[in-house]
Design a protein around this ligand. Sequence first.
Ligand SMILES: *[C@@H]1O[C@H](CO)[C@@H](O)[C@H](O)[C@H]1NC(C)=O
Ligand SMILES: *[C@@H]1O[C@H](CO)[C@@H](O)[C@H](O)[C@H]1NC(C)=O
Ligand SMILES: *[C@@H]1O[C@H](CO)[C@@H](O)[C@H](O)[C@H]1NC(C)=O
Ligand SMILES: *[C@@H]1O[C@H](CO)[C@@H](O)[C@H](O)[C@H]1NC(C)=O
Length: 241
Amino acid sequence: MSLGSDTVLMNFSSFSLSLFFLVPPQIINISSDITVNEGSSVTLMCLAFGRPEPTVTWRHLSGKGRGFVSEDEYLEISGITRDQSGEYECSAVNDVAAPDIRRVKITVNYPPYISNAKNTGASVGQKGILRCEASAVPVAEFQWFKEETSPSPFSPRRLANGLDGVRIENKGRMSTLTFFNVSEKDYGNYTCVATNKLGNSNASIILYGPGAVHDGSNAASRAMACLWLSGTLLAHFLIKF
Ligand SMILES: *[C@@H]1O[C@H](CO)[C@@H](O)[C@H](O)[C@H]1NC(C)=O
Ligand SMILES: *[C@@H]1O[C@H](CO)[C@@H](O)[C@H](O)[C@H]1NC(C)=O
Ligand SMILES: *[C@@H]1O[C@H](CO)[C@@H](O)[C@H](O)[C@H]1NC(C)=O
Ligand SMILES: *[C@@H]1O[C@H](CO)[C@@H](O)[C@H](O)[C@H]1NC(C)=O
């Protein structure tokens, strides 16, 4: 009888002992969301407790560089790129209970890059729209300029919203310059400038009329072709007579 109760007691204490040493994984300290400039070095930390000691891993959840990144409490990224921005997930795993999972967001700032700016045609009396698209973090602010040929050639004049019959609209990555009623004097060379706190970038966009040659190099090659053609015709003329 007494032997039996001893066994029960012994079993109970080893049971409570093992209970005491089994602790579910728990993340006790983790980095906060951060914003850094492209090229900087970043270290994320995820400290976890548990018995047995949990395995800590980092994964990149979003963006192009998505996937497994580190099997360590510390995730070090040197020279961070824009593709490495987004959500990172830390999981602490042991066999005792479900993993403890938390997320940290890294925002990577970078200067504007103009991804879309196309020459556009419009007829006199019609609506014309020039579009300029820039990717940037923080989001870019836009300005539009027109290349003036007079008084001094190629001096850019800043366009103001509501003046000269144009409207400038900025929505996220995109800026549009709308001419409500295109006239001859509107044709020409416009420059879109995208700026954020890390820098700026610009692109030239031509508003051209029907039948116009709207590419600088084409205009030049057409001029060359004209010269060549008149030269050839002249040669033929001289040979014949
Ligand atoms: C978390 O870790 C950081 C950096 O080591 C430390 O400054 C902070 O006090 C810690 N927070 C807690 C709640 O332990
Ligand atoms: C566009 O401009 C021309 C010349 O300035 C004017 O005659 C015409 O009525 C305008 N059209 C519209 C729709 O405003
Ligand atoms: C456009 O960019 C070039 C080269 O970075 C710069 O020289 C020029 O001043 C810029 N133009 C405008 C209107 O900002
Ligand atoms: C438009 O203006 C820009 C900036 O001045 C210049 O680099 C570009 O060659 C011009 N394009 C044409 C077709 O004239």
